[in-house]
Design a protein around this ligand. Structure first.
Ligand code: IMP
Ligand code: MG
Length: 180
């Protein structure tokens, strides 16, 4: 049974598990011989479900931090002006920072955040996203670890919301266009 307002399932719970498992293995392999501390940074709120699953598939010592940003925008598109609502708890200088996003759409939000973090002199700075909508890209973004590319549809679940709802769905579903 589908949740009301969701027209179809795009990524099932089983598929999510596989994707996260693969990403965890890729990330573990990449950082396993790096000396600096690994700091995994989740962008709230969307990434919190993915973060919880992902960090348990990274088989290395790591630290976790979160940041909340809001991008002003009209409707469902971000403007590229990003406000920091909650900054990181600690410094990133000298650390290997891995930014974790739920979805990369236009690329604007992430690019502004990356510029800010970069200015604080991390040892390295890479990005992991659960889903990627490349057809909507306005600014180029480098994604080191990508879960799955999806078509240009508004998706919800697994942390992603529409109007703060649907974050608790265990799958990624497409929002019924009549709702969006
Ligand atoms: P960007 O700056 O356009 O890349 O926007 C990225 C942010 O917009 C993400 O972190 C999401 O919070 C939100 N977003 C973009 N597309 C979707 C979607 O299909 N469903 C839910 N949120 C989305
Ligand atoms: Mg969001």
């Amino acid at each position: 049974m589908l949740e009301e307002g969701i027209s179809k399932v795009l990524i099932t719970e089983k598929e999510i598990e596989k994707i996260v498992h693969r990403l965890g293995a890729e990330i573990t392999e990449y950082y396993k011989d790096k000396e600096a501390d690994l700091l995994v940074v989740g962008l709230l709120k969307g990434s919190f479900v993915f973060m919880a699953d992902l960090i348990r598939q990274i088989k290395l010592p790591l630290q976790v931090d979160f940041m909340t940003v809001s991008s002003y925008g009209s409707g469902t598109e971000s403007s590229g002006e990003v406000r920091i609502d909650k900054d990181l708890r600690g410094p990133v200088e000298g650390k290997n920072v891995l930014m974790v996003e739920d979805i990369i759409d236009t690329g604007r939000t992430l690019n502004r955040v990356l510029e800010l973090i970069e200015s604080r002199n991390p040892q390295s700075l890479l990005t992991c996203t659960f889903v990627d909508k490349p057809s909507r890209r306005i600014e180029e973004v480098e994604i080191a670890f990508s879960g799955q590319q999806i078509p240009d549809e508004y998706v919800c679940g697994y942390g992603l919301d529409f109007d703060q709802r649907y974050r608790n769905l265990p799958y990624i579903g497409v929002l019924d266009p009549s709702k969006g």
